[in-house]
Design a protein around this ligand. Sequence first.
Ligand code: MN
Ligand code: MG
Length: 368
Amino acid sequence: MFLKKIPFLLIPLILFYTPFSRHVYAAENQGIIDLRILETTDLHSSLVNYDYYQTKVDNRIGLVKTATLIHQARNEVKNSLLFDDGDHLKGNPLGEYLARIRGINHGKTHPVYRAFNSLGYDAIAIGNHEFNYGLKFLNAAIKGANMPVLNANVFSVKKNKPYFTPYIILKRQVVDQSGTKHTLKIGVIGFMPTQIMKWDKANLEGKVYAKPIIDAAKEFIPMMKAKGADLIIALAHTGISSEPYNSETENAVYYLTKFPEIDAVLAGHSHSVFPGPIFQNLANTNMTKGLINNKPVVMAGSFGSRLGIIDLKIGKIAGKWTVLQGTSTTKAISDENGRSLVKTDKRLFRIIKFEHQETVDFIRKLGL
Ligand code: MN
Ligand code: MG
């Protein structure tokens, strides 16, 4: 009797320590997805590495430089997404020229959106400065954007509904570590500071109102989950502060990271760099991995000076796609002395050079 049982007892050992265990490992590996999320923020119409005030090249700024980092970052991985976090239409003479002098001619696309279209952004957020030229200009301009233009906390007064598309659920085919394809439903939602109602009172009063960022998150995130979002990424045009929460906070990223359903936060607005030394005393922050409250957060400075990069490792737990690990970093287009670290994306430059040249010529005509 006893002897007869021995082979039976050995069965689990044979199964788990020989080919079967390798099979189990391969099956686990098969479900692991590496997903890279790229961010530009606060471009302020800095498409070209050019200082229009001093009329000379400035290699510390310009999407034509950041674009080269975008291509590199995409080429390093199988799966990536690209987002802009807002404040992209205003902030330099090119933006002023387009809005105040030339306007958006019928059927023409604003060069900022032409650049975004050409680089294949997956979605973009509206920033507070997008309102500076008024709603009419903004609405005309965003017609030219081929990707979802998001904001969830600015509401139409008349309709009492979100003025823009509050969120989108992107269906993207991704490849796991073993080469198997999966379709991920990636929820993306946009936010901006409520202070727009003060900063752009003349343009906005009576037309739109702003809800506190956290209230809008509470309203829409359950809807995104109900619609099957596997992951949620916040395009948060707002800064980072762990000061006690108040509903009018301009810098709500810290509190967005506390939502269990939000998997990654793309920050902006304050033109800072996260991870970076100015945030070293922030509560519950892992500066090495770029985490706040254990969530990956990135803020890529301003004017295209940096590209934000979040790397997620995603696997299925109890049948649900879950972020197993996240890290963030930023890459700069120039060193501390303003020396260029990357080549210009010549293809992108060709796409927007007409308006760049128009702006340069206009400034020259004014004799500035
Ligand atoms: Mn800004
Ligand atoms: Mg801003």
